[in-house]
Design a binder for this molecule. Structure first.
Ligand SMILES: Cc1cc2nc3c(=O)[nH]c(=O)nc-3n(C[C@H](O)[C@H](O)[C@H](O)COP(=O)(O)O)c2cc1C
Ligand SMILES: O=C(O)C(=O)c1ccccc1
Length: 387
């Protein structure tokens, strides 16, 4: 397989216009131009976080606390970014974190499908959100050979939760990611001032509206009374009384690999591992849920240690190839990005997402080559140091 870094040569030889017309090459430009491509009310939701967004900003800046240490005269002719995750071999450690409004971040309102097609083209797995503008079956049908994951927001209606998970299994998803940190949205000033949850406009609820259990809870079909359907969704969305006891239930719901997302505390890692999960997803939800916390990267080494043999997926604040490499060196098995591909989608649709993913992978691949860590197995705590 070609190295991801070959994207560099495509750009040198063809010019960026021959590859992806006029797309940004730095995150700063991607964020700036992607932001302008989104309606202001939607941008507040996508870019915003909890409180004064200190934790959200810290997620990104914390990567500067670590520096990679280059090694010389290492044979870089055989590079390999592939990883094993939950019994699957992935071409790279990069994942697309679940984003619940990507549907409306695309010009045509079908961003979930565009992201799924980008996943098919790049081999970068999509973790499809419960909150989607197209039903999960339609998303799964666009994934091609790339394994996909379904992210579950656990409603307080157990029958509905089980229906969603079983639909995901049937549709061909290869793992279930249960998000634990968002059974209620956090305090998000940007959304509060503009009344901005797109969900409340009924914009990302197709998995519910297409679900027989959900529809059976309504007096009239969603299309006939959208307001009532959204109201029922709001009352059903989260379950505040879930506890670790319910891990048995999650485990019993599916034979697919089970991953718990939003884990930051090593004690929670141990409970999850004891409960038989297949992977731990270390994340603070991109700083959107709780302000005043550590950066997600701050907890990664402790989470990895507590997880032992169980693989750790990481996200929050990853913006560049060096961020990916640093998270891998600190023990992550796979690394997710959220906002970067949302801006790629807003700017260039499916091609924009592909460009963002290929750029991140090319940067990570070339950095590992230049720094003398050509394979992921070469990366470990000795590859970096806290400044
Ligand atoms: C607009 C937006 C919507 C999100 N929706 C979901 C979601 O539906 N489910 C979920 O588990 N996480 C959701 N997340 C969190 C992401 O999965 C991920 O944890 C976070 O974006 C990572 O941080 P980053 O944006 O700094 O890369 C969302 C994030 C954003 C930016
Ligand atoms: O915006 C989010 O990050 C998110 O996942 C969410 C989910 C439900 C309600 C509000 C926000």
């Amino acid at each position: 397989m070609a190295n991801f870094g070959d994207y560099q040569f495509e750009i040198y030889l063809n010019g960026l216009s021959g590859v992806m017309p006029t797309m940004p090459m730095t995150y700063a430009e991607l964020e700036e131009r992607g932001s302008r491509a989104l309606d202001p009310w939607l941008l507040s939701y996508v870019a915003g976080g909890a409180g004064d967004e200190h934790t959200q900003d810290l997620n990104v800046s914390v990567f500067d606390d670590w520096g990679l240490i280059p090694r010389m005269l290492v044979d870089g002719s055989q590079r390999d970014l592939s990883v094993e995750l939950c019994g699957m071999t992935l071409p790279s450690p990069l994942l697309m974190a679940p984003v619940g409004v990507i549907g409306v971040c695309a010009q045509d309102g079908h961003g979930d499908l565009a992201v799924a097609r980008a996943s098919a083209r790049t081999g970068v797995p999509m973790i499809a959100s419960t909150l989607a503008a197209d039903p999960l079956e339609d998303v799964a049908s666009q994934l091609g050979e790339t394994p996909g994951f379904f992210q579950l927001y656990t409603p307080n209606d157990r029958e509905l939760a089980e229906s969603l998970v079983h639909r995901a299994e049937k549709a061909g998803f290869k793992g279930i990611v249960v998000t634990l940190d968002t059974w209620v949205p956090g305090w998000r000033p940007r959304d509060l001032t503009r009344s901005n949850f797109p969900q409340l406009r009924g914009l990302a609820l197709e998995n519910y509206f297409s679900d027989p259990v959900f529809v059976s809870r309504l007096a009239r079909p969603p299309r006939e009374d959208l307001q009532a359907a959204v109201g029922t969704w709001a009352l059903t969305f989260g379950n505040p009384s879930l506890t670790w006891k319910d891990l048995t239930w999650f485990r019993s719901m599916t034979s697919l690999p089970l991953i718990l997302k939003g884990i930051m505390h090593p004690e929670d890692v141990r409970r999850a591992v004891d409960g038989g999960v297949d992977a731990i997803y270390c994340s603070n939800h991109g700083g959107r849920q709780a302000n005043g916390g550590l950066a997600s990267l701050d907890m990664l080494p402790d989470v990895v240690e507590a997880a032992g043999e169980i693989p750790v997926v990481f996200d929050s604040g990853v913006r560049s190839g060096d961020h990916i490499v640093k998270a891998l060196a600190l023990g992550a098995r796979a690394v997710g990005v959220g906002r970067p591909y949302v801006y790629g989608l807003a700017l260039g649709g499916e091609d924009g997402v592909v460009h963002v993913l290929r750029s991140l992978l090319a940067e990570a691949d070339l950095l590992m080559a230049v720094d003398g860590y050509p394979r992921i197995a070469d990366l470990g705590p000795a590859a970096l140091r806290r400044r």
